[in-house]
Design a protein around this ligand. Structure first.
Ligand code: AMP
Length: 284
C-alpha cells in the first residue's frame, strides 16, 4: 500500500486511473482509525478498483478552543490497519500545501448547517465542506463514503454535491458501535473508565426514544424529556443538545410525522460525543 503526501502526485494518479476506465472510491478520515472507519473501507473495497483513504486532521473545521492539537494521530498504526483491509492508497497531505498562505476560498452550505452541531460549533461545517470539496478535486472519486454517525455532516455533503453538480456518488453507511452500544469514535480514547460507563447513556437514551416512538409517542417534548432524563441521571454528563429534527432539512419538529432523526451531542467530562438514530416504525 502506498502513501501519497503530494497533492499533484495524487491528482495525476487519479487522472490516470480514470483514463484507464477504473473506478475510484474515497473514504475521507482524520485518522486514529477504528472499526467504524474500516467498515466504510470494506464497503469501498467492494465497489471500486482504486480505494483511497484520506487521512488529514483538518484545522479549519476546529474552533479556536477545540481539540485540534490533542486530536489523536498515529499514521503508522493507521497504515497497518488500512493495508489489512485492502486499501490501495493513503492520501495524507501536509497542512501547508493543503492550505497555503494565500488560501481564501471556502464552500458554505447554508441551511442544513445552521442547527445541531452547526449552532454549537460555528464554522465547523464550512471547514468540513471545504476540505471535502478539495479532496474531491484532488482524489477525483466516483464514489465517496461517509458514516451516518456524523449525520449532519453527511446531509451537508449531499447538499453540496447536489447544489454544485459535483459528479460524485455520496454514500452514507450505518454507525458501528462497541458491544455496549457506544458509537465508535476517535475521541472515545479521551474517556476515563468512569466516563466511559456514563457514555453508554447516549445509546440507551436513543433506544428508549425509539421504543417510545414505536409504542406510538409522536410528541417531541415527551420523547426528549425521557431521553434527556436518562442522560442527565449519569455522572459526568452535560447535554449540549438533544433534538428531534426532520431528516432532510434538519429543522426541529414538534411532532414527528413519518420519520425524524433524534440527534444528541453530550459532553462526558471534557469529551464531546455525538450520536443519532432515525425514528421510524422499524428503527434504524
Ligand atoms: P472522522 O475521522 O471522525 O472524521 O470520520 C471519518 C468518517 O468515518 C466519517 O464519514 C465518519 O462519519 C465515519 N465514522 C466515524 N465513526 C464512525 C462509526 N462509529 N461508524 C461508522 N462511520 C463512522
Amino acid at each position: 500500500m502506498e502513501i501519497i503526501r503530494d497533492i499533484e502526485k495524487m491528482q495525476s494518479r487519479a487522472e490516470k486511473t480514470r483514463q484507464g476506465g477504473k473506478r475510484i472510491a474515497l473514504v475521507p478520515t482524520m485518522g486514529a482509525l477504528h472499526e467504524g472507519h474500516l467498515a466504510l473501507m470494506d464497503y469501498g473495497r467492494e465497489k471500486a478498483n482504486l480505494l483511497v483513504v484520506s487521512i488529514f486532521v483538518n484545522p479549519i473545521q476546529f474552533g479556536p478552543k477545540e481539540d485540534f492539537e490533542k486530536y489523536p494521530r498515529d499514521l503508522q498504526k493507521d497504515s497497518r490497519l488500512t493495508e489489512k483491509r485492502g486499501v490501495d492508497l493513503i492520501f495524507s497531505p501536509e497542512i501547508k500545501a493543503f492550505y497555503p498562505e494565500f488560501f481564501q476560498t471556502y464552500v458554505t452550505v447554508e441551511k442544513v448547517t445552521q442547527n445541531l452541531c452547526g449552532a454549537s460549533r460555528p464554522g465547523h461545517f464550512r471547514g468540513v465542506t471545504t476540505v471535502v470539496c478539495k479532496l474531491f478535486n484532488i482524489v477525483k472519486p466516483h464514489l465517496a463514503i461517509f458514516g451516518q454517525k456524523d449525520f449532519q455532516q453527511l446531509i451537508a455533503i449531499q447538499q453540496m454535491v447536489e447544489d454544485l453538480h459535483m459528479d460524485v456518488e455520496v454514500v452514507g453507511r450505518p454507525t458501528i458501535r462497541e458491544d455496549d452500544g457506544l458509537a465508535m469514535s476517535s475521541r472515545n480514547v479521551f474517556l476515563s473508565p468512569e466516563e466511559r460507563i456514563s457514555a453508554r447513556s447516549l445509546f440507551q437514551a436513543m433506544q428508549e426514544g425509539q421504543s417510545l416512538f414505536r409504542m406510538g409517542e409522536r410528541k417531541t417534548e415527551v420523547l426528549l424529556n425521557r431521553v434527556r432524563g436518562l442522560i442527565m441521571e449519569q455522572p459526568f454528563t452535560r447535554i449540549d443538545y438533544a433534538k428531534i429534527c426532520h431528516p432532510r432539512t434538519l429543522e426541529e419538529v414538534k411532532v414527528v410525522e413519518g420519520r425524524g432523526v433524534l440527534a444528541l451531542a453530550v459532553w462526558v467530562g471534557a469529551t464531546r460525543l455525538i450520536d443519532n438514530c432515525l425514528l421510524e416504525d422499524k428503527g434504524q
